[in-house]
Design a protein around this ligand. Structure first.
Ligand code: URA
Length: 253
């Protein structure tokens, strides 16, 4: 994984540039580049990792507009908003965008949160990014700060690590890191994203979640200065942190 520091000053990878311009998924972009369909400053470039910033990029001779920041967003989801397109579920996270961003039908949510959950949420037009953030095979760590009522089982930590078979599921949960922080407070790192997973796991371990907040995905922390309800464009450095290889954030629990 490329270093996130300096990523922006060097510009953006060519495959990311095409994807962010909405012309292709990142994988398709790599194919187009390798096939010789893309020029940088008039020269065919077959290297998807080539960084571009101010150069003229063309795809099959058509100018590719600079994918200025603003297509992808990092949102501090407040409690009470639904991760849904359905207007009957208002208020929805999309209602928070109106002041800042034109209403966009093509924005996707990469890893939903329950209405009663707050925290880091990625909104993007890049289906490839959604796939990479949510595919269980990638085992991307997601960190949750949990408030709970009741007594967790004495062996809750090893049981979470071993995996729990939750009601209605066919397979046990993937190994999860549970840290009891104090009375009624815990941190849980999951590497998958089943529906209501944290709440169901706590219930299986004897307690009821009262507050839930996601403050980290991959190696990206929810910025301390991003207030609930606020959003900011997702930078290239943010994307690299989000997709940091599993294991690189192990020590940050
Ligand atoms: N687990 C839950 O129970 N809810 C969320 O919103 C996210 C993870």
């Amino acid at each position: 994984m490329a270093s996130s520091t300096g990523g922006e000053s060097r510009g953006m990878r060519l495959d990311a540039w095409l994807a962010r311009a909405g012309l292709a998924s990142r994988r398709e972009a790599r194919g187009l580049i390798r096939r010789g369909a893309v020029t940088v400053e008039g020269e065919i470039c077959r290297d998807p990792a080539r960084h571009v910033r101010d150069e003229v990029v063309r795809l099959e001779e058509a100018l590719v507009e600079s994918p200025a920041e603003g297509r992808d967003f990092l949102l501090h989801k407040p409690i009470g908003y639904a991760c849904s397109r359905d207007e009957r579920e208002s208020p929805r996270v999309f209602d928070l965008l109106e002041a800042d961003v034109p209403r966009r039908r093509d924005l996707l949510i990469a890893g939903r949160l329950d209405r009663a959950t707050s925290g880091l949420l990625v909104l993007t037009t890049d289906g490839d990014l959604v796939h990479r953030l949510t595919h269980p095979g990638r085992k991307l760590p997601k960190r949750y700060r949990v408030g709970f009522d009741g007594e967790l089982a004495a062996d809750a930590v090893p049981r979470a690590r071993a995996g729990l078979l939750l009601a209605g599921d066919e397979r046990p949960t993937r190994p999860a890191e549970l840290v009891i922080e104090g009375p009624g407070r815990a941190t849980l790192v999951l590497r998958e994203g089943r529906t209501h997973q944290v709440r169901r796991m706590f219930r299986a371990l004897g307690a009821e979640v009262t507050t839930l907040h996601r403050d980290r995905v991959g190696d990206l922390d929810l910025p301390a200065d991003l207030a609930p309800g606020a959003l900011r464009p997702l930078s290239e450095a943010d994307r690299e942190r989000l997709l940091a290889e599993p294991g690189s954030s192990e020590s940050s629990l």
